[in-house]
Design a protein around this ligand. Structure first.
Ligand SMILES: Nc1ncnc2c1ncn2[C@@H]1O[C@H](COP(=O)(O)OP(=O)(O)OP(=O)(O)O)[C@@H](O)[C@H]1O
Ligand SMILES: [Mg+2]
Length: 247
């Protein structure tokens, strides 16, 4: 069997098993959707740091939702030292971009910042791509971007442009979002991964992940259990969750 889409190790335990090729598609723009607290930011960071450490793929994390220093702090609870990847390597294995401070009127001493328009996002991205050779990018989140750029036509256009630039560079890009934003999923994403949770009859909750769409790939199609452990996200590819499967 020949798989036309190049693959990589995602770095998220269990995730690659959801794909027939046993690899995560490379160079694609993928929407990562889920409600607050479903694990989008953790997923994005884990994807970047494990790509950097285990697959020599430098990453870029663009945060619109929170301060970079809060993310660095929060991720320590999983034993992940983001700062080390940012400063101990040349070029850096991880680059953080602050899209939060300017939006809320804070000053920042971060090296890379995004002001209030998406043009500067493209400029900053291109600059970092050149400097670091990054091949993984996470933009967290599209939902917050929608508060910055209100014109849906412009957003679609910019996201398509960004997708084209990143795709050209062979970058695998995760765009996090709470809901379908501006029809972006129909227009530009080559894949959609959903994170969610289910309540069991016992009242317990289970976290669940679904590969809803992945162009050019054969993949499992159904909700599977995942857990947020002290080591990050762990997916159980054989544990089906959802209606008819509640235990
Ligand atoms: N060290 C840890 N061990 C296990 N679970 C944790 C740990 N730290 C955080 N969590 C869980 O991860 C959740 C946060 O996940 P995350 O921030 O990735 O969600 P999100 O989808 O990005 O949410 P939002 O939409 O609010 O940004 C917390 O609500 C908590 O349940
Ligand atoms: Mg988040």
């Amino acid at each position: 069997m020949v798989y036309l889409i190049n693959g990589v190790k995602s770095g998220i335990p269990g995730l690659d098993k959801l794909f027939k090729s046993n690899e995560f598609p490379k160079g694609r723009q993928i929407l990562l959707m889920g409600p607050p607290g479903s694990g989008k930011t953790v997923f994005g960071i884990q994807f970047l740091i494990n790509g950097a450490i285990h697959s020599e793929e430098p990453g870029i994390f663009i945060t619109f939702d929170d301060l970079p220093r809060h993310i660095r702090e929060d991720m320590k609870s999983f034993g992940w030292n983001l700062k080390q990847l940012e400063v101990d390597f040349d070029p850096p294995l991880l680059t953080m971009v602050d899209g939060f401070s300017a939006r809320v009127g804070l000053t920042t001493d971060e090296q890379y910042t995004i002001r209030a328009n998406l043009d500067s996002l493209l400029m900053v991205l291109t600059e970092i791509l050149e400097e670091t050779g990054a091949t993984r990018v996470c933009i967290d989140s599209l939902s917050t971007l929608s508060t910055i750029i209100k014109d849906p036509v412009q957003v679609r256009k910019e996201i398509l442009t960004m997708g084209a630039i990143l795709g050209e560079q062979g970058c695998t890009t995760l765009l996090t979002a709470e809901h379908g934003e501006w029809g972006v999923e129909e227009y530009s994403s080559q894949g959609i991964i959903r994170l969610s949770y289910d309540e069991l009859p016992s009242g317990e909750f289970r976290r669940a992940i679904l590969i809803q769409k992945m162009r050019g790939c054969e993949h499992e199609f159904g909700w599977r259990e995942f857990r947020l452990t002290k080591d990050g996200i762990k997916i159980f590819p054989d544990r089906t969750v959802g209606r008819g499967h509640l235990k």
